[in-house]
Design a protein around this ligand. Structure first.
Ligand SMILES: [Mg+2]
Length: 213
């Protein structure tokens, strides 16, 4: 394929951390957040509800913790190399995140990503309000963002690669030409066309041009 798109999940894929856990640690709500994450993973809550309840625990925490969190986030091995490889091959690389743009924006800009989307973390009077703003980026929104970006670039979905690790990535993985599970949870592993089980994103470059069989 000549022009193509790589769409990457963020938490535990493009970066090694789960940003909600870092935020919860800063807000001293990690016990509550862990319990909510657990319930969401058992399917007792949908993503939007789990997101709303986890973000509610951040209420009142000074927004300046964002800078510490941006500093604490580590890029997954091979992330920079992958961005370079995609661009060198004439492709585009985008990030689709169920996390937060306040943390993703500086990271994505610095990495040189072509586009990205995430939830907004509302700040009022210098502190988290406990709410998000803008559309909720759930599994369907991730898939829609990839579809819209591909349309804008006039690239068929068959020339896209979606990389992710969690249930929230399944919808975009399902519509992409090739789906890549990256150190993925069992159900994602099962659904993926290809699995990468070492934390090295540069390995995705070996899949350019490959289609699901
Ligand atoms: Mg993830």
């Amino acid at each position: 394929m000549s022009r193509f798109i790589v769409a990457c999940d963020v938490d535990s894929t493009l970066i090694n951390e789960e940003v909600i856990d870092l935020l919860a640690a800063a807000a001293d709500s990690h016990t509550q957040v862990a319990a909510l994450t657990e319930r969401a993973m058992r399917g007792e809550m949908d993503f939007a509800e789990a997101l709303a309840q986890r973000v509610a625990t951040l209420r009142g925490t000074p927004a300046r913790v964002i800078d510490d969190i941006v500093g604490a986030v580590s890029l997954t091995n091979g992330a920079r190399q992958l961005v370079h490889s995609v661009h060198a091959a004439g492709g585009f690389i985008i990030a689709v995140s169920g996390g937060f743009r306040e943390i993703l924006d500086p990271i994505a800009a610095q990495l040189g990503l072509d586009a990205w989307v995430a939830n907004g973390l509302e700040i009022m009077d210098g502190a988290f309000s406990g709410r998000t703003y803008g559309p909720v980026i759930d599994a369907a929104a991730k898939a829609n963002f990839l579809t819209a970006y591909a349309k804008k670039k006039r690239i068929p979905l068959s020339d896209t690669i979606a990389v992710g690790d969690g249930a929230n990535d399944l919808a975009m993985m399902n519509i992409a030409g090739l789906s890549v599970g990256f150190c993925a949870k069992p159900d994602v592993r099962q659904a993926a066309d290809v699995n990468i089980d070492v934390r090295d994103l540069s390995l995705v470059a070996s899949l350019f041009g490959r289609r699901a069989s």
